[in-house]
Design a protein around this ligand. Structure first.
Ligand SMILES: Nc1nc2c(c(=O)[nH]1)N[C@H]1C(S)=C(S)[C@@H](COP(=O)(O)O)O[C@H]1N2
Ligand SMILES: [Mo]
Length: 588
């Protein structure tokens, strides 16, 4: 969603530039907005004047790509903080000004801690708040003991904002998401939207010792569950393009079994070779201290990402993933190659055909999750395979494999074994269910009656894909918007970089080229994703609705299929057709 653009547009319309200038003096005095104020200046000089000129939702988003790429992502993030928080601040200021109550200087002196119980206001329960998620029912959020009605704010920012993610619940996890401090004037401004109190605490789930999932970790409330036991979930697509490195707590989670609770002291990684029976064992300490630490940004994508599009053609077996069963993180740890060498194994010399990776999560019969890759692939990737103990510079969260997982860049998520405890060189590939009878691709005439899982190999490298993250399906643009900023990700397996992303706003009749984020990795070893964006003019004859499409080409000029029909398969894997999003442009 062109959130910034909508705010810029809304800003122009609602509290013109002068009002903004006035407000800025107040905002600049707020240390908590320090970073966003810089962004505000930039936006004020460029976006807002531009949107004044065109009275449209035009945006300077492509500017970001002129920056050094790290700067770019910082910039995007600032923009988000600006959008999420200043957007709120701005509208509250507007609200204040509409009520003749702008007290820029005095606002500070009347600063009160927000979120406390306000005597005289009604008290609500968590379930009361939960019912208020839509404009029709009014949109409520909570902060500490406060209940706030943000409907008017959201309505004055057509297209919605990320604040909507918190609808019907607490706003706090979302503020934390962008590293914004919770205290201060913003909270005070939120107080202007105060409607009530809440004192009820969310209930802790009672611990059920018979439930194998009872000890699973807590998940971020933004994660949209696809199943609860085992837990599977993905972030909302609109937050995916906010960060080049997907924050750990917003990274999609794909578990087949209960999450192990691993004790570092007793943790062992066993390395063995079938035949000679060579056997070595490393402790966590060994991994950390005895080897060079390598760090690489690598995308993990579930084979079932975007399965929900396939389901529309014909039912399939599998979790109903949207477009966010994908994430990009920087993984650190020793190279697999170094570990094997230390164990006396040279991958170029061994006769075994496969490397098996065993996890610590076990099914009720006691067999662990396991996956394998052909030895040729291990030779090809050689020093790119990481025995990771860090994810984005932090210890790997339990859901993502604490303390150690294998990272094999460019290939399907299913082989990126979490809670890694064994590495075996073997003549046979893993016999695990998920290696043998799952995660394979078939044509559309294969069904559950005639499928022979032995007839095709396990999925390794994934095909090229891309998806639109913003705007989201069903977005209402500002009335009579002139253009829309479209953002998304593109990625291909096998380290193939992205050379082009094409976007269309007329259902594929005509195409524009999106601006790609600058490559951060060599083109033949692009394991991270590529972000892209484009600002597309709304076709004059739009009739209130438009279909936006994106498609990417990778370094081998592999392209995405135009429709899902042709690639439908019984497991709903490898769903990489052109991605389509429908949005509305209301008449004012
Ligand atoms: N031990 C173990 N490893 C596993 C899995 C699992 O259930 N157990 N799921 C796999 C699948 S199918 C995917 S897509 C990725 C998901 O990794 P993430 O949950 O860190 O995103 O982990 C893979 N590794
Ligand atoms: Mo997966």
């Amino acid at each position: 969603m062109p959130i910034l653009a909508s705010i810029a547009a809304a800003s122009t319309r609602r509290f013109n530039l002068n009002a903004l200038k006035r407000n800025r003096s107040c905002l600049s005095s707020l240390p908590i907005l320090g970073s966003s104020v810089e962004t505000l200046k930039l936006e004020r000089n460029i976006d807002i004047t531009q949107s004044q000129r065109s009275a449209s939702s035009s945006s300077t988003n492509t500017r970001g790509f002129e920056h050094e790429h790290d700067e770019h992502y910082k910039w995007i993030q600032h923009k988000m903080v600006f959008a999420a928080i200043f957007g709120l601040t701005g509208s509250v200021l507007y609200w204040k000004s509409r009520n003749g109550a702008i007290k820029a200087a005095s606002a500070k002196s009347s600063l009160q801690p927000g979120g406390g119980v306000q005597p005289g206001l009604p008290t609500y329960t968590l379930s009361d708040v939960e019912k208020h998620k839509t404009k029709e029912k009014r949109i409520w959020v909570t902060y500490k003991n406060g209940v706030y009605d943000i409907t008017d704010y959201v309505t004055s920012h057509p297209g919605g904002t990320k604040i909507l993610l918190a609808a019907g619940g607490s706003i706090e996890p979302y503020w934390n998401m962008y590293g914004v401090h919770k205290q201060g004037e913003i909270v005070e401004m939120l107080e202007e939207l105060r409607i009530g109190n809440i004192t009820e605490k969310p209930k802790e789930q009672a611990f059920d010792k018979n439930d194998p999932y009872a000890n699973d970790p807590k998940r971020h409330p933004a994660i949209i569950p696809a199943s609860s036991k085992p837990f599977n979930g993905e972030p909302p697509s609109a937050i995916l393009t906010d960060n080049f490195l997907t924050p750990n707590d917003l990274f999609y989670i794909r578990n087949h079994l209960p999450v192990p609770d691993v004790n570092l002291k007793s943790y062992k990684l066993d390395i063995s070779v079938q035949g000679p029976g060579k056997f070595t064992s490393f402790s966590f300490d060994d991994l950390k201290r005895k080897f060079h630490k390598k760090s690489t940004a690598v995308v993990l994508q579930c084979a079932g990402n975007r399965r929900s599009e396939m389901v529309k053609i014909k039912p399939v077996k599998g979790l109903n993933w949207g477009t966010s069963a994908i994430g990009n993180a920087e993984w650190s740890g020793p190279c697999l190659d170094d570990l094997l060498k230390q164990a006396g194994i040279d991958i170029d010399q061994v006769t075994q055909k496969h490397i098996l990776f065993g996890g610590m999560d076990k099914d009720p019969a006691g067999s662990p999750y396991e996956a394998s890759i052909p030895i040729e692939l291990a030779r090809l990737l050689k020093r790119d395979i990481i025995v990771a103990y860090e994810m984005n510079g932090q210890e790997i969260p339990r859901d993502h494999g604490y303390p150690v997982r294998i990272i094999i860049p460019g290939i399907v998520g299913a082989r990126q074994v979490k809670w890694l405890t064994s590495i075996k060189l073997s003549n046979e590939e893993s016999m695990c269910h998920w290696q043998q009878n799952d995660y394979k691709g078939f044509h559309s005439s294969i069904d559950w009656n005639n499928v022979n899982f032995k007839s095709v190999p396990a999925i390794m490298e994934l095909p090229v894909t891309s998806a639109i993250c913003e705007p989201i399906e069903g977005t209402d643009l500002a009335p009579d918007a002139d253009d829309v900023t479209v953002k998304g990700y593109a990625w291909s397996g096998g380290g193939r970089g992205i050379v082009r992303v094409d976007v269309s706003i007329d259902g594929g009749k005509t195409w524009d080229s999106a601006t790609l984020s600058p490559p951060k990795q060599p083109m033949y070893k692009t394991f991270a994703w590529t972000f892209w964006e484009a600002t597309l003019p709304i076709p004059k004859n739009h009739k209130g609705k438009v279909e936006i499409i994106c498609k990417a080409a990778d370094l081998s000029y592999n392209v995405q299929p135009d429709s899902v029909e042709g690639i439908w398969n019984l497991r709903g894997v490898l769903s990489n057709a052109w991605h389509r999003v429908n949005i509305s442009i209301p008449k004012s």
